[in-house]
Structures are given as structure tokens and as C-alpha cells.
Design a protein around this ligand. Structure first.
Ligand SMILES: Nc1ncnc2c1ncn2[C@@H]1O[C@H](COP(=O)(O)OP(=O)(O)OP(=O)(O)O)[C@@H](O)[C@H]1O
Ligand SMILES: [Mg+2]
Length: 317
């Protein structure tokens, strides 16, 4: 059995109307069981890529293999395999929450008893049970996004493609969705690709992250490795009990490798990759020199710095 859920090979998309190469000769393997976070500035090509994977958009060239197989975009095999939640919520306005899910389930030919169970399970899970008789158009924005998520999952897909699903959710619902997705992916052979502008969520949620810009993948790795390779490092701030001079700073500098030390008043700021692993050494030197640490503050670097160093752009939400 292939351990790759999706193989993207030399995939390109040119929109002929405006001659935009939205996805440019992309090669990417997505593994079974992983959550893959797709980061990129506006216009990077994320939605275009996802829509090609779902089969809603025809690629200009290249190949997409699912479980090692090329599938026809209209095949029921592909439709059953994939669940898609679009960036712009889509549902039937004049149907209720329950009816929307029921229509989707019928399209997928899910037997009615099973469908009922699945719908109720999803409604329960996504806290929509109390709203199931409401017209979709009368839901709040966050509820509409949750309905869309349920609509993408009602057929129990193995692969979930989620485009900006965290947008417009309150923190509580975000946390809930976060746990829900983690739980979904923890089941063997299930895979999620998620795009989001919310770096912290992508960082915490994803097993691997790909940074896309101008249709090209600039880097693909675990969040930790990306930070260690492309980031500028953690910042460790140590407040010392009494005045110190250059002697202490040069001692720290000499004893600990790959750090940048700065001082301000009674605080020593140390910039380094993986500061936690270097903390014992640093603290040792300070204590050996007869100083005591009064306060410690550690700011772990975020994917934001990686993103900016790779794309040269800030990510605007
Ligand atoms: N239907 C279309 N016709 C022509 N050009 C398009 C179309 N859809 C997208 N594009 C262009 O393709 C490029 C990639 O757009 P895409 O929507 O894939 O970006 P994205 O990474 O999803 O951005 P965002 O973060 O804003 O959602 C952009 O330059 C965009 O203008
Ligand atoms: Mg998009």
C-alpha cells in the first residue's frame, strides 16, 4: 500500500483569461494520516491548487494521483474519497441545515438510515443540533462555516481539503474545530490539507507545512524544521539581579555556540535557534559568574518569521 495519499506531479494552472500562472510546475507528496498546512500570501495559488485536487478546476498540465492512481474528475471514486470545504461558504439558502446535509447525502447515495445517523452525529459534533431546523441563510456566519464543514464531511471522506475554514469563527469555535480536525486525522489513513492565514493554528495543527508563493512551493517541512532552517530564532530574555558588564556577556558568548547576545539595563537578550536546549548552558555561565536570574521570558519564534523570510511578504489576514 502506498503511504502517499496524494501525489502532485509537475502540476500547473494557467488562467487563460488573464494569462496568470496560478500554479507553476508543482511537485508535492501528501502522506496518509497527515495534516498538511498550506500557507501563502493572497493570490499565491492555494485555492487554485485545492480546486484542481477536488476536480473542480482542470489543470493546464501535470498529474494528480490519489493512493497511487489517476482518477477521473467525474468518477464516484474521487468524489467519495474527497471532502471539500470551499473558501466561500456554499449551501442552499432556502433549505434548512438538516435539509442541506440530507441533499448532499442523497447525492452521494448514502442509505437513508445511515445518512440520518451521520447527519445527527455531525450536527452534534459541530454544535448545530439546536439549529438544524433553521434555514441556512438565517444562520450566523460561524454557523454557516460549520454547516459547510459538515457538508464536506457527510460522506465520510478519507481526504479533507479545507480552504480557510477558520475564517470568521470565534475563538471557542476555532478551538473546537481544531480539536475536531486533530481527531479526524488521528484515524488511520485520513488526510487533511488545510489553507489558512492563521499562522498559529497552522503551526500547531499541521504535521507538515508548505509555503506557496506565485504558484511555487518555496519550502515544505515540519513547522519545527522550517523554523530551525529559515527562522531567525527564539528570544530568551534574562533579568539579572545586579549590574553586570562586558565580562559576563563575552563569557556567555564564548561558552554557548550560535547565539546573538544583546543587553538592555539589567536584561540580557539572547537570540538563538531552539533556545530551550541552550538554556542550561547559559544559566550555568551566569551562575558561575556569581549572578542570579530574577526573571526569564522565552519568546518562541513563529512561522510568521519563516514566512516573511521566504516570501518577503507579511501575511495579511
Ligand atoms: N477564475 C480565475 N480567473 C482568472 N484568474 C484567477 C482566477 N482565480 C484565481 N485567479 C488568479 O490566480 C492567482 C491565484 O489565486 P488563488 O485564488 O489560487 O490564490 P490564493 O492563494 O487562494 O489566495 P487567497 O489567500 O487570497 O485566498 C491570483 O493571481 C488570482 O488572481
Ligand atoms: Mg484562496
Amino acid at each position: 500500500m502506498s503511504k502517499t495519499a496524494i501525489q502532485i506531479q509537475n502540476l500547473s494552472k494557467v488562467y487563460t483569461t488573464n494569462n496568470t500562472k496560478a500554479v507553476d510546475s508543482l511537485d508535492l507528496d501528501i502522506y496518509k494520516g497527515e495534516i498538511f498546512g498550506l500557507l501563502g500570501p493572497n493570490g499565491a495559488g492555494k485555492t487554485t491548487l485545492i480546486r484542481m485536487l477536488v476536480g473542480l478546476l482542470k489543470s493546464s498540465s501535470g498529474q494528480i494521483l490519489f493512493n497511487g492512481e489517476e482518477l477521473n474528475v467525474n468518477s464516484s471514486k474521487l468524489k467519495n474519497l474527497i471532502g471539500y470545504v470551499p473558501q466561500v461558504a456554499a449551501f442552499w439558502d432556502n433549505l434548512t441545515v438538516y435539509e442541506n446535509l440530507n441533499v448532499i447525502g442523497t447525492i452521494y447515495k448514502i442509505p437513508s438510515k445511515e445518512l440520518k445517523e451521520r447527519i445527527n452525529h455531525l450536527l452534534e459534533g459541530l454544535y448545530l443540533t439546536d439549529h438544524k431546523k433553521k434555514l441556512a441563510s438565517k444562520l450566523s456566519g460561524g454557523m454557516q462555516r460549520r454547516l459547510n464543514l459538515a457538508m464536506g464531511m457527510v460522506h465520510n471522506p478519507q481526504i479533507l481539503l479545507l480552504d480557510e475554514v477558520f475564517v470568521g469563527l470565534d475563538p471557542q469555535t476555532r478551538n473546537y474545530l481544531y480539536d475536531y480536525l486533530r481527531d479526524f486525522a488521528s484515524t488511520k489513513d485520513r488526510t487533511i490539507i488545510i489553507t489558512s492565514h492563521l499562522m498559529e493554528i497552522v503551526d500547531a495543527l499541521s504535521d507538515r507545512v508548505g509555503i506557496l508563493d506565485l504558484g511555487k512551493m518555496l519550502a515544505t517541512d515540519t513547522p519545527e524544521n522550517l523554523k530551525n532552517t529559515h527562522g531567525k530564532g527564539d528570544i530568551l530574555q534574562l533579568e539579572i539581579d545586579k549590574e553586570f558588564d562586558e565580562t559576563l556577556i563575552s563569557k556567555i558568548d564564548k561558552s554557548v555556540t550560535d547565539i546573538t547576545v544583546e543587553t538592555k539595563d539589567q536584561t540580557i537578550s539572547i537570540k538563538t535557534l531552539n533556545a530551550i536546549s541552550k538554556m542550561p548552558e547559559i544559566l550555568n555561565v551566569i551562575e558561575e559568574e556569581g549572578f542570579t536570574i530574577q526573571d526569564v521570558k522565552l519568546t518562541k519564534q513563529s512561522l510568521e518569521t519563516v514566512f516573511i523570510s521566504l516570501t518577503g511578504k507579511e501575511l495579511r489576514v
